[in-house]
Design a protein around this ligand. Structure first.
Ligand code: HDE
Length: 701
C-alpha cells in the first residue's frame, strides 16, 4: 500500500517534450499549418462536404492505408532493444566481430511472438513462441531467428505451407483463433510423424510460458561457425533466461486469455519500464566438422536436438533488454528478420529447413513491407555503412549520388570490392556434389526416438500435463479417425502415454507394444531450469480491506520488495483502506479488475481484532481458491488464516489456533495475532521461489 494520490496512468506523456515535433502546431503532410481538424469543409453549416478539403482527404486517405499485411505466421509479438556482450573471445571458432571482445557491446532488437494467431489474438495460447534477435554488429546485421522450442515440426521447408495451413484456422469458418486444438492440425500430425517430437514440446508446459522473460530460445538448426583460418565448426545456439524457465498451467493460461490478452506483452513492457531488465545467456553446442556423423541422428535434421549430456552448452555471452520501443508500428511491426542476414564467421549448413527459410524471409518482407527498401526503415537499418548499387523502388528514402553500376570508372570505381581489410563475407567452401533428386535422406527417417527422449525426461507432473494437453487438444477434434490415428502414432513413442491419452478421448486403447526408447536427458525438464531461485519481479497480491493489520502488510512487503518481488495491495474497491492503526493506505488495484491468474502468489493478512478482513468478499475468496488450484504459494497471517478455510474442500488442513509458522506444500501460515516475523517472510519467499507446488493434491492443470 502506498501514499494516496499517486498518478497511476501509464501513458507516456513525458515523451512529448518541447523539442518534439508534436509540440508545435498541427500541419498537413506538406507542412501547411491546420487551424481546425474537427469539422470537414462543407457548403454551409448543414451542407455537403467539399472535394477541395485537402486536409480531410489527406487525413482519411492516410487512415485508410494505415494497416499493412500482418506476418503470415508470428503475427502477434512484442519487441525490445538491448545489448549483447561476449564473455570472452570466440576467435578459436568464429571470426564474427561481435563475438571477439568482451568490452564491445553490440546493440540488439528482439521480437517475441506467438505463431498461429493473428495480430489481435491472446498471448497465453498453447503455441510455439518466436524468439528473434537482430544484432546490429559492426560488420552488418546478424539475425538469429529462433523459437522457444529447440526442434521444428517438419524437416523440409517445402512442407511449411502444408503445416501452416493445417494449424491455422480452418478455411471454411476461420476457426479456431490462436489454437491448435482442431481437426486439420491433428489430421496433418497423425499423417506426418516427423511432427511428433515438436508436438510433444507443444503439448508440454513450454508452450504456455509464464513470461517472455522466462523462456529459453533456440536457433533450432545446426549452423556453422567459421574462424579466421576458414575452419568450420557446427554450432547450435541456445538462449537461457537468468530468471529460469517458468510456465503457466493450462487452466490459468486459458483464463488469462480473457483477463489480460496482453499478459506476456505487458509483462515484458512493465519489467523494462521498471528497470528490471530481462537477461539471457547465449550458449553454444559446438561439434567439430569431423564429428558430423558421430550421432544417431542427422545434424541437418531440425526435428532433433543434440542432448546436452552429449554435447554441453558452453556459455559465450549475455544479452540484456533495457529499452522499450517508442512506437509499436514503426519498430516492432516493421522489424524484418531474415535467416539470410549473417555476418562473416557465421554460415549455414544444408539443413533443408534452413535453406528454405533463407528464401522465404526476404520474399515475405517484399509483400509485408511493400517493396525492396525495408532495410532503410530505422529498426532494420544496420549500424555498419551500407554502400550498394541497389536503386529506386517503393519507399526509397536515400538520395543516391553518382554511378549505380559495377565496375565503373566514372564513380572512381566505388563502391569497390571489399576484401583488403578482411571483413568481407566469404561463404564456407563446403564441397557439395550429388544427383538432382527429390528424396529425403535415410538419416532423417527416425521420428520417434527423440519424441520419446523428451517425454521420458519429464518429471511426473510434467508428464501428467502432457497427457492432459493431448486429451484437451484431441478432445476438440471432431474426426474420431484422426484421434485414433494420433494415438497409434503415440503408441510408437510410448505405450503408457498413448494409453493414458486414449482413455481420455474415447478411442480404443492401443495394443500393448514395447518401444525400444529408454534414454533420458535430464536437462530437458523444467525442474532443471529453475534459474537462480530468486523471486525477482514475481507479482504478489496482498488482499486488504478496512481493518487490515497494516503493520503485517508493511513488514512482509518490505521483505518481498527487498527480494525484488512486486507487491500489490488489492481491495474490494479502489481508493484507500483504513488500517487497524487508523491510518489511511492506498489500494493498488480493485479486486474486480484483476484475478489470481495475473499474480504469482497471494497473501492474506489479518485484522487485529481477530476478524479476517476479506473473509466476506467473494472476489477475495475466489482469488485464494484459484491461486491454490493453480499450485501457487498462498500465505496467511493472524486472522487471515481463517480465510484459507475456503481451501478445506481441496483437502487443506488448517490447524486452528496453531501458533508459529507452518509451511506445507506452498501454503504458509502463521496464525499468531500480529504475526509477521522474519521466519514467516523467509518461508513465504522460499514458497514463491519454488514457483509452483505440484505435490499439492489436487492441482488443476
Ligand atoms: Fe519462420 N517465418 N519459417 N521459422 N519465423 C516467418 O517471416 C518460414 C521457422 C520464426 O518476429 C515469416 O517476417 C519458413 C523455424 C520467427 O518478425 C516467414 C519456415 C523457426 C519468426 C517465415 C520457417 C522460425 C518467423 C513470417 C520453414 C525457428 C518471426 C513473417 C522452412 C528456428 C520473426 C516474417 C519476427 C517468421 C517462414 C520455419 C522462427 C513467412 C518458410 C524453424 C521467430 O518468412
Amino acid at each position: 500500500m502506498g501514499a494516496p494520490s499517486e498518478d497511476r496512468k501509464q501513458y507516456q506523456r513525458e515523451a512529448f517534450h518541447a523539442d518534439d515535433p508534436a509540440a508545435g502546431p498541427l500541419t498537413t503532410d506538406q507542412g501547411v499549418e491546420v487551424d481546425h481538424t474537427d469539422d470537414s469543409l462543407a457548403a454551409g453549416e448543414r451542407g455537403p462536404t467539399l472535394m477541395e478539403d485537402f486536409h480531410f482527404r489527406e487525413k482519411l486517405t492516410h487512415f485508410d492505408h494505415e494497416r499493412i499485411p500482418e506476418r503470415v505466421v508470428h503475427a502477434r509479438g512484442a519487441g525490445a532493444y538491448g545489448y549483447f556482450e561476449p564473455y570472452e573471445s570466440c576467435a578459436e571458432f568464429t571470426r564474427a566481430a561481435f563475438l571477439q571482445d568482451p568490452s564491445v557491446r553490440t546493440p540488439v532488437f528482439v521480437r517475441f511472438s506467438t505463431v498461429q494467431g493473428p495480430k489481435g489474438s491472446a498471448d497465453t495460447v498453447r503455441d510455439v513462441r518466436g524468439f528473434a534477435t537482430k544484432f546490429y554488429t559492426s560488420e552488418g546485421n546478424y539475425d538469429l531467428v529462433g523459437n522457444n522450442f529447440p526442434v521444428f515440426f517438419i524437416q523440409d521447408g517445402i512442407k511449411f505451407p502444408d503445416f501452416v495451413h493445417a494449424v491455422k484456422p480452418e478455411p471454411h469458418n476461420d476457426i479456431p483463433t490462436g489454437a491448435s486444438a482442431h481437426d486439420t492440425l491433428w489430421d496433418f500430425v497423425s499423417l506426418q510423424p516427423e511432427t511428433l517430437h515438436a508436438i510433444m514440446w507443444l503439448m508440454s508446459d513450454r508452450a504456455i510460458p509464464r513470461s517472455y522473460r522466462m523462456m529459453q530460445g533456440f536457433g533450432v538448426h545446426t549452423f556453422r561457425f567459421v574462424n579466421a583460418e576458414g575452419r568450420g565448426t557446427f554450432v547450435k545456439f541456445h538462449w537461457k533466461p537468468k530468471l529460469g524457465v517458468h510456465s503457466l498451467v493450462w487452466d490459468e493460461a486459458q483464463e488469462c486469455q480473457g483477463r489480460d490478452p496482453d499478459f506476456n506483452r505487458r509483462d515484458l513492457w512493465d519489467a523494462i519500464e521498471a528497470g528490471e531488465y530481462p537477461e539471457w545467456e547465449l550458449g553454444v553446442q559446438l561439434v567439430p566438422e569431423e564429428d558430423e556423423f558421430a550421432f544417431d541422428f542427422d545434424l541437418l535434421d531440425a526435428t532433433k536436438i543434440i542432448p546436452e549430456e552429449q554435447v554441453p552448452v558452453r556459455p559465450i555471452g549475455r544479452m540484456v533488454l533495457d529499452r522499450n520501443p517508442e512506437n509499436f508500428f514503426a519498430e516492432t511491426e516493421q522489424v524484418a528478420f531474415h535467416t539470410g542476414n549473417v555476418v562473416p564467421g557465421i554460415d549455414f549448413t544444408n539443413d533443408p529447413l534452413l535453406q528454405a527459410r533463407n528464401f522465404s524471409y526476404l520474399d515475405t518482407q517484399l509483400i509485408r513491407l511493400g517493396g525492396p527498401n525495408f532495410s532503410q526503415i530505422p529498426v532494420n537499418r544496420p549500424v555498419a555503412p551500407v554502400r550498394t548499387n541497389q536503386r529506386d523502388g517503393y519507399h526509397q528514402s536515400a538520395i543516391h549520388r553518382g554511378t549505380n553500376y559495377f565496375p565503373n570508372s566514372l564513380g572512381g570505381g566505388c563502391p569497390a570490392h571489399a576484401g583488403v581489410d578482411g571483413h568481407a563475407y566469404t561463404h564456407y567452401a563446403e564441397r557439395v556434389d550429388g544427383a538432382k533428386i527429390r528424396k529425403r535422406s535415410e538419416s532423417f527417417q527416425d521420428h520417434y526416438s527423440q519424441a520419446a527422449l523428451f517425454f521420458h525426461s519429464m518429471t511426473d507432473w510434467e508428464k501428467q500435463h502432457i497427457v492432459d494437453a493431448y486429451r484437451f487438444e484431441l478432445g476438440k477434434v471432431g474426426a474420431m479417425t484422426v484421434r485414433a490415428r494420433t494415438v497409434e502414432q503415440l503408441a510408437k513413442v510410448d505405450g503408457e502415454l498413448a494409453t493414458a491419452v486414449a482413455r481420455g478421448i474415447g478411442v480404443p486403447e492401443p495394443a500393448a507394444q514395447e518401444t525400444p526408447y529408454k534414454q533420458e536427458s535430464p536437462a530437458l525438464s523444467l525442474d532443471a531450469l529453475r534459474g537462480d531461485g530468486s523471486i525477482r519481479t514475481r507479482q504478489i497480491a496482498v488482499l486488504v480491506t478496512d481493518g487490515v493489520d497494516a503493520a503485517q502488510v508493511t513488514s512482509v512487503r518490505e521483505t518481498l520488495a527487498a527480494e525484488g518481488a512486486i507487491v500489490e495491495a488489492l481491495a474490494p474497491a479502489d481508493g484507500t483502506v483504513k488500517g487497524a492503526d487508523g491510518e489511511t493506505y492506498t489500494v493498488d488495484r480493485a479486486l474486480p479488475t484483476v484475478a489470481s491468474v495475473l499474480y504469482d502468489a497471494v497473501l492474506v493478512p489479518g485484522g487485529p481484532d481477530g476478524t479476517p478482513p476479506v473473509a466476506e468478499d467473494p472476489d477475495a475468496l475466489r482469488f485464494v481458491r484459484s491461486a491454490y488450484l493453480h499450485g501457487k504459494p498462498v500465505g496467511a497471517l493472524g486472522s487471515g488464516v481463517e480465510v484459507l478455510s475456503v481451501l478445506q474442500p481441496q483437502g487443506v488442513e488448517l490447524s486452528a489456533g496453531s501458533r508459529g509458522v507452518i509451511a506445507d506444500r506452498g501454503v504458509v501460515t502463521d496464525a499468531s495475532p500480529g504475526a509477521a516475523g522474519a521466519e514467516f517472510a523467509r518461508a513465504f519467499v522460499a514458497a514463491i521461489a519454488a514457483h509452483r507446488h505440484w505435490d499439492r493434491p489436487p492441482v488443476r492443470h
